[in-house]
Design a binder for this molecule. Structure first.
Ligand code: URA
Length: 233
């Protein structure tokens, strides 16, 4: 159960004070009956709330960016491990956000969350995967033959074929890897197929979105413009 005014705010109807005015004007109905009390307790799962006769979905759509630290698994629940959900502040957790794709427990960096199921599926769809840029510290050195093998599309040790990807050596035992798909342990397995063991992995970019100066372990909400840029046309 939640307060009607909070439900209306979370549905994107307006600010707390705008919602107050809207309620006073009698434009809101709960289960078909006009309701003016901002403190009225409602159950959005079971009750129908309408503004000017239009049903409200309840939850405001949000997309969040987490700078994931190592040591957290990407799951909504886990009986043993700490999950990334523990890093989401309550103000967003109650909006029922879920991780978009996954990062390994040891991997750090950019991880998105959303409560928009359609957007989530579009973002992880193999047809629309946006390029993701990883920084990898690894054993061995990447050379031109490795760069060419990545560009041609690697075959992993278990025979899995990968889409063409970009490998940019940036120093001894350090590379940037750009991939457009999200197979299990993808970057680690790609590097392993070229005899380079990944020691540290951080996702730095997804489409045009970068971590910016978001501190490790912190979360911020994306703007509508950033969300629009995330979705390839
Ligand atoms: N590739 C990996 O190997 N691990 C990740 O967490 C992400 C990409």
């Amino acid at each position: 159960m939640e307060r009607l005014d909070k439900f209306l705010c979370d549905s994107g109807v307006g600010t707390r004070s705008q919602v107050k005015v809207i309620l006073k004007s009698g434009r809101v109905t709960v289960d078909g009956k006009p309701e003016k009390d901002p403190g009225k307790k409602i159950d959005p799962e079971k009750q129908t709330v309408c503004l000017d006769g239009e049903r409200l979905g309840g939850m405001r759509r949000v997309v969040l960016m987490l700078n994931k630290p190592a040591g957290f698994v990407t799951a909504t629940e886990d009986p043993v491990e700490k999950t990334v959900m523990e890093l989401i502040p309550q103000e967003w957790k109650h909006l029922d956000v879920k991780p978009v794709g996954r990062l390994d427990k040891a991997t750090e960096g950019l991880l998105l969350f959303t409560n928009d199921g359609d957007l989530l599926h579009r973002l992880i769809s193999p047809k629309k995967e946006v390029p993701k840029v990883y920084y990898a510290r690894h054993e061995g050195h990447a050379d031109q033959a490795d760069v060419e093998a990545f560009a041609a599309g690697l075959t992993l040790r278990d025979g899995t074929k990968c889409l063409p990807a970009k490998l940019e050596p940036i120093g001894p035992g350090e590379s940037l890897v750009t991939v457009c798909e999200g197979k299990y342990h993808q970057v680690r397995r790609m590097m392993a197929s070229r005899e380079m063991t990944v020691l540290y992995l951080e996702r730095r970019q997804e489409g045009s979105l970068t971590l910016g100066n978001l501190p490790r372990g912190q979360v911020r909400e994306l703007t509508e413009a950033e969300i629009a840029e995330l979705e390839p046309a």
